[in-house]
Write a protein that binds this ligand. Structure first.
Ligand SMILES: C[S@@+](CC[C@H](N)C(=O)[O-])C[C@H]1O[C@@H](n2cnc3c(N)ncnc32)[C@H](O)[C@@H]1O
Length: 331
C-alpha cells in the first residue's frame, strides 16, 4: 500500500511537522515555508529529530500545491496559524481565499481533510464559508469550528495565545466528493497548466547588419509592455508584463523582466545575444523562470520589438502559436 501524503503550509520552526511525522511514521509529511530563516530552523529541527518521513521545501504554499502534487493525491492539508492579515486592506494577502480553496480541494483525495488552527475567529469563519462554496466539503467533526482539539499539537503561536487567555479556533473539513477544477483557476494559477518538462521559449532572428546593442538598449521601451484581464470573477486575475531595466553589455543586452499572471509573479532576465544566424533571445541561465503563457508572451513581445528596431526577421521561435496570435495588431 502506498503511504499517505500530508502537506503542512507555513511550517514555521517545524515543531508541528516533526510531531506529526513521529506520530505517524508510515506516512509522508511535506512541509513548505516561504521564510528562509524559519525554514533553516525547521530543517535543523527535522535533522535533529532524525525523522525520515519529512520532506521540506522552501516554497510558497500555492506553488507547492500546483507543482508538487497531482489531483486527489493528498490525504490532508494542515495550516497552523496562518498570517491573519487582519486589516481590511490586507485581507487579500491571506493564504485562504476564493481560489486557494479550489486548489486545495483539487489536491485532496476524497475523505482527505483540511485542518487549520488560528486565533482569528473571522478568518476561521470565512475559511469554512469559502470551502463550503466549493460544494465538496463537509465538517470533519460535529461542528466545523471548535475551540479545543485534544491530542493536536500546540505550536509556539498556540501556546502564546493560550498563555494570554485568548481562545483558539480549529477548522476541520473533509472532502466528500470529487470536484472539477473550474476553468478560471488555470488563469489564477498558471502553473496548473504546466505538466513539467516544458522548455523555456527562445527566438532566433536574422539581421542585415551587425546589431548595435547600445542603440537597441536606448530604443527598447521600459515599463509596461502588456496588460490584460484574464478573468474577472470570482477573483480578478491579470497578466502584466514589464521591463524593469535594460542592461547593455558589449556583446548583448539583458532585460530585467517582471511577468505577473494571477497570483503568480516571476522576475527573470531575457538575454539578447549574437548568434550564428544573427541574434538569439532566451531566458538568462542564471535566472529561473517557469514557461508559463506569460513568459512565452513576454519573449514574443521582445522579439517583435527587436524585429522592428533592428530591421530584423524572426527565423525561428519556440514561443507558443497562441501568443503570436495575441500580438497581432498590437506588436
Ligand atoms: C504565524 S506563522 C505560523 C508558523 C507555524 N505554523 C506555527 O504555528 O508555529 C506563519 C508562517 O507561515 C509562513 N507563510 C506565510 N505565507 C506562506 C505561504 N503562502 N506559503 C508558505 N508559507 C507561508 C510564514 O513565513 C510563517 O512562517
Amino acid at each position: 500500500m502506498k503511504s499517505k501524503v500530508f502537506l503542512e503550509v507555513g511550517i514555521g520552526n517545524g515543531e508541528f511537522i516533526v510531531w506529526a511525522a513521529k506520530k505517524d511514521p508510515q506516512s509522508t509529511f511535506v512541509g513548505v515555508e516561504v521564510c528562509k530563516k524559519v525554514f533553516r530552523d525547521a530543517q535543523k529541527r527535522v535533522a535533529k529529530a532524525g525523522v525520515k518521513n519529512v520532506k521540506l521545501f522552501l516554497m510558497e504554499g500555492t506553488r507547492a500545491l500546483c507543482q508538487l502534487f497531482k489531483e486527489e493525491s493528498l490525504s490532508g492539508v494542515y495550516l497552523n496559524f496562518p498570517d491573519p492579515w487582519a486589516k481590511k486592506k490586507q485581507k487579500k494577502r491571506r493564504f485562504i481565499n476564493k481560489a486557494s480553496v479550489w486548489l486545495i480541494a483539487s489536491r485532496l483525495k476524497i475523505e482527505g481533510f483540511f485542518i487549520m488552527a488560528t486565533d482569528f475567529k473571522e478568518y476561521a469563519e470565512e475559511t469554512v464559508e469559502l470551502f463550503s462554496a466549493t460544494g465538496a466539503f463537509s465538517s470533519l467533526w460535529n461542528t466545523p469550528i471548535r475551540n479545543e482539539l485534544p491530542g493536536y499539537y500546540l505550536t509556539k503561536y498556540a501556546r502564546k495565545w493560550l498563555s494570554q487567555g485568548l481562545p483558539l479556533y480549529f477548522v476541520g473539513l473533509k472532502k466528500i466528493k470529487h470536484c472539477e477544477v473550474p476553468s478560471w483557476l488555470y488563469s489564477y494559477y498558471p502553473l496548473l497548466k504546466l505538466k513539467g518538462g516544458e522548455s523555456l521559449p527562445e527566438v532566433v532572428l536574422s539581421l542585415n547588419k551587425k546589431a548595435d546593442f547600445e542603440r537597441l538598449a536606448q530604443t527598447l521601451p521600459k515599463g509596461t509592455l502588456w496588460e490584460e484581464e484574464l478573468v474577472k470573477e470570482p477573483l480578478l486575475s491579470k497578466c502584466v508584463i514589464k521591463v524593469l531595466e535594460i542592461y547593455s553589455k558589449k556583446d548583448g543586452l539583458l532585460l530585467d523582466m517582471l511577468v505577473s499572471e494571477g497570483e503568480f509573479v516571476q522576475r527573470f532576465f531575457v538575454k539578447i545575444a549574437p548568434h550564428s544566424e544573427g541574434l538569439i533571445l532566451k531566458i538568462h541561465e542564471a535566472t529561473s523562470a517557469e514557461p508559463t503563457e506569460g513568459v512565452h508572451l513576454a519573449m514574443a513581445i521582445v522579439a517583435r520589438l527587436c524585429e522592428k528596431f533592428l530591421n530584423a526577421r524572426i527565423e525561428r521561435s519556440s514561443c507558443k502559436k497562441k501568443v503570436w496570435q495575441k500580438l497581432e495588431g498590437r506588436y
